[in-house]
Design a protein around this ligand. Structure first.
Ligand SMILES: Nc1nc2c(c(=O)[nH]1)N[C@H]1C(S)=C(S)[C@@H](COP(=O)(O)OP(=O)(O)OC[C@H]3O[C@@H](n4cnc5c(=O)[nH]c(N)nc54)[C@H](O)[C@@H]3O)O[C@H]1N2
Ligand SMILES: Nc1nc2c(c(=O)[nH]1)N[C@H]1C(S)=C(S)[C@@H](COP(=O)(O)OP(=O)(O)OC[C@H]3O[C@@H](n4cnc5c(=O)[nH]c(N)nc54)[C@H](O)[C@@H]3O)O[C@H]1N2
Ligand SMILES: [Mo]
Length: 843
C-alpha cells in the first residue's frame, strides 16, 4: 500500500525529535519526555539533519460524539502539525471538525500519554508503577491469564471495551475465549453490553426490533420534519458536527421544541424551550397520548395495517392471543440481548431456536374479523380486522390492544401531567396537537438526559405508542430515537475474520452492570480496553472494593493515563488513531461513507496499536497463524466479506484513491428506515404491546417515578439536589483532559441556580462538598441561572485530579430497575437518578 497516502510538497524541517527518540526505543523514554514544550517545540529551529517530505493522510476521529469525522492530517518531518476536515465529501456539510479534532495536534503529544508498559509496584489504586518492556509485560499477562483460566476456567476472564476504543477487531476475547462486554454490546460483538445510555431508547427498539435507539431515519432527515420535539437532547453540544441539519430545518420552518429542565445550549437556539421537571418525560408523553386518543388524532389505517394495535389480548392473562398454544421454550417479545438474533431470524440468516421469540409466521397472532365475527390470523389477507372491541370466545374474554390502551390511559390527562411535569396542561395539549396534526413529526430523545433515570423505559414505551398511533414512522421527516449524531442502525455490517472453533468467546454468565454491586465472584481477571473503571461504575466505592477483594489481575490498555490506570496490575500504552505501524490501520462506516485509518505518524514513545497488542497476545496463546498478519489484511477481509450490497465491489484502493473515504452503494441520504413498513419484530409489525413486561403490569405503559430523582421523594429532605451529569461541551466523556488547550477554556464545575447558592451561602468559585449516603466529592461551584432550582449539573467524565477531591461516581446511583432487565441489552445505569446535598467544603 505504498500509494495509500499522498505526499504533498517537500517541507524543510529539522530532524524529528520524536523520530529519533522513538528509534532509540529505550525505557529511559518514560522519564525524558515529560515536558510538553519539548514535544510541541516549533518545527523550525534546529538545522535539519535529514529531510522528511511533508505527508498528508486521512484518519477517522471520535464516534461517541456522533461526529465520526474524517480528518485530513498533515505531518511535517514525522510530526502531526495540521488537522482539517476531509474535503473529499461531495456533501460539504459532512466535511466537519470540532475543537476536539483540531486540538488533537496537541492532544496526541500530551503529557498524559502512557509511554511504556507499566507494572504496578504499590497498592492497588496507589498509582505506583515501574516501566517494563513489552516482553516483560506479555510474560506477566501470559502467566496470570493462563494461571487464572487453568484454575477457574476460561470464563473467569472478562474484556471490557469502552465506547471509543471500539476494538473493531475484538480479537482479544476470542483469543482468550473469555467473557466479553462492551459499551454497546453489539458493536463489539458482545451480548453483555454495558448499557450506559439506553434506558428508554433500547426499550423503544422493542417496537421495531433494531438496537441502540438510533433514529429510525438518518439524523439529517430532521430537515424534513415539520415538528421536531427534542426531549433533553442537547445536540448543539453533544453532536456539534452533526447539528447542521437542525439549523437547516429551522430555516426551512421546522418547529423545533426542546423539552428540558435546564436552559440548555440547544434550548437557547431552538424555536421554543419547554421546561419540564426532571425524569417526568414519560408523564408528558402519556398525557399527549391521551390527547391524541380523545381528539381522534390517530391514524386508523396505519394502525390496522402496520401495528399490533388490532391484536387480541386474553384479558385475564394479558397474553396476546395466538393461533396455537404459546411454545414455552420460546420467549415473548424480544428478551435481553436478543435484538441482533431477532433481526437475523427475520433476514433468514438464523433458524428460529429455543429461547428466541416465537415468530408470528410460526404461530400467528389473532385479530377480530368483522365479517366473520371471529378471531382470525393477523396474516389472513381477506380479513377485515377491527381496531376496537371486547369479545368472548369459548368463555374467555378478549380485547384489542387499542381498547386496552384506551382504558389504561384513563387517568393520564393533561391536568394530571401538569402536576407531575410542571408543564401547563394547555401547553401539553398544544404539544400533542402539533405532534399529531402538524406532521411529519419527530421525537428525539436524548441519551444523556431523560434516558438516564430508572423510569426511562416508561418514556421509551410511551414514545413508541405515540409514534404508532400517528403513523410517524417509515417516511421522511418522521421517526423516533436519539438524533445526537451520525450513528445509525443502517450502517453496513462488515465481514469478520474467520477463526477456528477454539476461538469462541465464553457465554456471558456475569453481567457487567452487576460486577461491583454483587461483589462478583466469577470474574478473576478484568481486561480494560479503554478506561471503563472511571466511567462505567456508579457507586464507585463498590468497584474499589470489588477490585481489591475479588479481582486477581487487572490489565489496562489505553492511550492516556486516566484515573482508572492506577488500579491496574499491568498498563499497556496504545496509540491514537493518528499513529500506525503500517499504512492502513482500520476501517469504519460513518456518514454513509466508508472511512479508513491511514498512518499519519509512527506510534509515539513505545505505544502500539490495539491490533499489534492483540496479535502479540495471540502469539502467546499459540494462535499466531490463525490471526490476520496485518491490519490491512483484516481490513480487506472486512470489506470483501461484508454481506451487504452497500459495500459490494468497493475496494481498499477505491477508498485510498478518494482521500480515505468512499460513499456507500445504494445510500440515499437521508436514509428512511422502514419505508416498506416491515419491522424486525416477531410479528413483522410495529409492536406496541410488550408482553415480556406483563409481570410488571407494563405491557402497556404505566407511569412510574424513578428511583431517587423525583421532586416529592421524601429523601430530598436530606438530599435536596437532583444531580444531572452533563456531556462536557468540548470534551468527550473522560477524554481530552489531556489536551491542555481545551483545559484552558473548559472547567469541570458544578452549576447551581442562584436560589440554591444563596440558601447555602455559596458564591461562584467556592469549593463545595457534594454528598449523599454513598459518598462524596469536592469541586468548584458556579452560579448558573440556566439550571432549574433544586438541581445541579456537573459534566460526567471528569478525572479525579481535576476535582478538588474524590470521584463523581462516589455519589451516583447504582440502582437498576428490575423491569428493564427484560429489554434488549439490559437496564440503564441511571447516573442522573441521583440526589445529593451540597455544602461549602470544610464546614
Ligand atoms: N457519572 C457518569 N458516568 C457516566 C455517564 C454519566 O452520565 N455520568 N455517562 C455514561 C455514558 S453515556 C457513556 S457512553 C460512557 C462513556 O465512557 P467511555 O466509553 O469510557 O468513553 P469514551 O470516550 O468512549 O472512551 C474513552 C476511553 O477509551 C480510551 N480510548 C480511546 N480510543 C482508544 C483506542 O483506540 N484504544 C484504546 N485502547 N483506548 C482508547 C480513552 O482514552 C478513554 O479511556 O460513560 C458513562 N459514564
Ligand atoms: N461534547 C460532547 N458530546 C458528546 C459527549 C460528550 O461527552 N461531550 N458524549 C457522547 C455520549 S456518550 C452521549 S450518550 C451523547 C448524549 O447526548 P445527549 O443525549 O444530547 O445528552 P446531554 O448532552 O447530556 O444532554 C442531555 C440534555 O438533557 C437534559 N435533561 C436532563 N434531565 C432531563 C430530563 O429528565 N428530561 C429532559 N427532557 N431533559 C433532561 C439536560 O439538561 C441536557 O440538556 O453525547 C455524545 N456527545
Ligand atoms: Mo453515551
Amino acid at each position: 500500500m505504498s500509494d495509500s497516502t499522498k505526499t504533498e510538497g517537500k517541507g524543510l524541517t529539522r530532524r524529528a525529535f520524536l523520530g529519533s527518540a522513538a528509534a532509540a526505543g529505550s525505557l529511559a523514554l518514560a522519564g525524558c519526555m515529560s515536558s510538553k514544550d519539548e514535544w510541541l517545540a516549533s518545527t523550525e529551529g534546529e538545522e535539519p539533519e535529514e529531510l522528511q517530505p511533508e505527508h498528508v493522510g486521512y484518519t477517522f476521529h471520535q464516534f461517541m460524539c456522533g461526529g465520526g469525522c474524517s480528518l485530513k492530517c498533515t505531518a511535517r518531518d514525522g510530526r502531526l502539525c495540521l488537522i482539517e476536515p476531509n474535503d473529499a465529501f461531495e456533501d460539504k456539510t459532512l466535511s466537519t471538525v470540532c475543537a476536539r479534532g483540531i486540538s488533537e495536534i496537541q492532544h496526541v503529544y500530551s503529557t498524559e500519554r502512557l509511554q511504556t508498559p507499566l507494572k504496578r509496584v504499590g497498592e492497588r489504586g496507589s498509582g505506583e508503577f515501574v516501566a517494563i518492556s513489552w516482553d516483560e509485560a506479555f510474560d506477566i499477562i501470559e502467566e496470570k491469564i493462563k494461571g487464572i483460566q487453568e484454575k477457574y476456567g476460561k470464563q473467569a476472564v472478562m474484556t471490557m471495551t469502552t465506547g471509543e476504543c471500539k476494538s473493531q477487531y475484538n480479537l482479544i476475547s476470542k483469543i482468550l475465549g473469555c467473557q466479553t462486554a462492551g459499551h454497546m454490546g453489539n458493536d463489539t460483538g458482545a451480548a453483555n453490553s454495558y448499557d450506559v445510555s439506553h434506558g428508554c431508547t433500547f426499550f423503544l427498539d422493542t417496537y421495531c426490533g433494531i438496537g441502540h435507539g438510533f433514529p429510525t431515519n438518518e439524523y439529517n432527515d430532521v430537515v424534513n420534519a415539520k415538528t421536531l420535539i427534542g426531549l433533553g437532547s442537547n445536540v448543539f453540544e453533544s453532536a456539534v458536527c452533526a447539528s447542521i441539519p437542525f439549523f437547516e430545518a429551522m430555516e426551512k420552518g421546522t418547529d423545533f421544541i426542546v423539552v428540558d429542565p435546564h436552559f440548555s445550549t440547544t434550548a437557547g437556539k431552538a424555536s421554543e424551550w419547554v421546561r419540564i421537571n426532571p425524569a417526568t418525560d414519560g408523564a408528558l408523553l402519556l398525557a399527549m397520548t391521551t390527547e391524541v386518543l380523545d381528539n381522534g388524532w390517530y391514524d386508523e389505517e396505519f394502525m390496522l395495517a402496520h401495528t399490533s394495535f388490532p391484536f387480541l389480548v386474553e384479558v385475564e392473562t394479558g397474553n396476546l392471543a395466538r393461533e396455537h398454544e404459546f411454545n414455552p421454550a420460546r420467549s415473548r417479545g424480544i428478551p435481553a440481548g436478543m435484538l441482533i438474533f431477532q433481526s437475523m431470524i427475520n433476514m433468514g440468516i438464523l433458524e428460529p431456536m429455543d429461547g428466541a421469540p416465537e415468530q408470528g409466521s410460526e404461530n400467528a397472532y389473532l385479530v377480530w374479523d368483522e365479517a366473520a365475527q371471529a378471531p382470525v390470523s393477523y396474516l389472513s389477507a381477506d380479513a377485515k380486522p377491527v381496531l376496537e372491541g371486547e369479545f368472548e370466545v369459548d368463555g374467555k374474554k378478549y380485547a384489542t390492544v387499542f381498547t386496552l390502551l384506551k382504558k389504561r390511559q384513563a387517568g393520564y390527562t393533561a391536568e394530571w401531567a401538569e402536576g407531575v411535569t410542571g408543564i401547563a396542561a394547555a401547553k401539553i395539549k398544544e404539544l400533542a396537537d402539533k405532534y399529531a396534526n402538524n406532521g411529519p413529526s419527530i421525537l428525539s430523545i436524548g441519551w444523556g438526559g431523560p434516558d438516564k433515570y430508572n423510569n426511562a423505559d416508561v418514556l421509551g414505551h410511551a414514545g413508541a405508542i405515540l409514534v404508532g398511533l400517528t403513523g410517524n414512522i417509515g417516511k421522511p421527516g418522521a421517526g423516533i430515537g436519539n438524533y445526537s449524531g451520525t450513528m445509525s442502525s443502517w450502517r453496513p455490517v462488515f465481514g469478520s475474520w474467520p477463526l477456528p472453533e477454539e476461538c469462541a468467546t465464553s457465554p456471558d454468565t456475569s453481567n457487567l452492570i452487576d460486577l461491583s454491586q454483587t461483589n462478583n465472584d466469577e470474574i478473576k481477571a478484568y481486561i480494560a480496553l479503554g478506561d471503563s473503571l472511571q466511567q462505567y461504575f456508579p457507586d464507585r466505592h463498590t468497584l474499589e472494593k470489588w477490585l481489591t477483594e475479588k479481582v486477581e489481575f487487572l490489565l489496562y490498555v489505553d492511550i492516556y493515563h486516566m484515573s482508572g490506570a492506577d488500579w491496574a496490575d499491568v498498563v499497556l500504552p496504545a496509540c491514537t488513531k493518528f499513529e500506525c505501524d503500517e499504512e492502513i490501520g482500520g476501517i469504519v462506516s460513518s456518514k454513509n461513507h466508508l472511512q479508513i485509518r491511514q498512518k499519519i505518524i509512527d506510534p509515539l514513545f513505545e505505544s502500539k496499536t490495539d491490533f499489534w497488542i492483540e496479535r502479540e497476545l495471540g502469539k502467546r496463546f499459540g494462535l499466531e497463524d490463525v490471526l490476520p498478519k496485518t491490519a490491512e489484511e483484516l481490513v480487506r477481509c472486512m470489506l470483501d466479506t461484508a454481506a451487504t450490497p452497500r459495500v459490494a465491489g468497493i475496494t481498499l484502493e477505491d477508498i485510498v484513491a478518494n482521500q480515505g473515504i468512499y460513499r456507500l452503494n445504494e445510500a440515499p441520504s437521508p436514509r428512511i428506515g422502514f419505508e416498506d413498513q416491515v419491522y424486525f419484530t416477531p410479528s413483522g409489525r410495529y409492536e406496541v404491546y410488550y408482553e415480556q413486561k406483563l409481570d410488571f403490569d407494563q405491557a402497556l405503559p404505566q407511569y412510574a417515578t424513578p428511583n431517587e430523582a423525583y421532586l416529592d421523594n421524601p429523601d430530598r429532605e436530606r438530599f435536596p439536589i437532583i444531580l444531572y451529569n452533563s456531556r462536557p461541551s468540548d470534551r468527550l466523556d473522560g477524554q481530552f483532559f489531556s489536551a491542555s488547550w481545551i483545559n484552558e477554556h473548559e472547567m469541570s464545575v458544578l452549576d447551581l441556580n442562584g436560589v440554591d447558592m444563596r440558601s447555602r451561602g455559596l458564591q461562584s468559585g467556592d469549593v463545595v462538598e457534594v454528598f449523599n449516603d454513598r459518598g462524596s466529592f469536592q469541586c468548584i461551584v458556579n452560579e448558573n441561572e440556566a439550571i432549574m432550582p433544586g438541581c445541579g449539573r456537573i459534566p460526567q467524565g471528569v478525572w479525579s485530579k481535576y476535582l478538588e477531591d474524590g470521584e463523581l461516581n462516589y455519589v451516583t446511583n447504582p440502582y437498576t430497575e428490575p423491569r428493564m432487565r427484560c429489554q434488549g441489552d439490559g437496564p440503564v445505569l441511571a447516573y442522573n437518578d441521583t440526589i445529593v446535598e451540597i455544602k461549602k467544603a470544610g464546614e
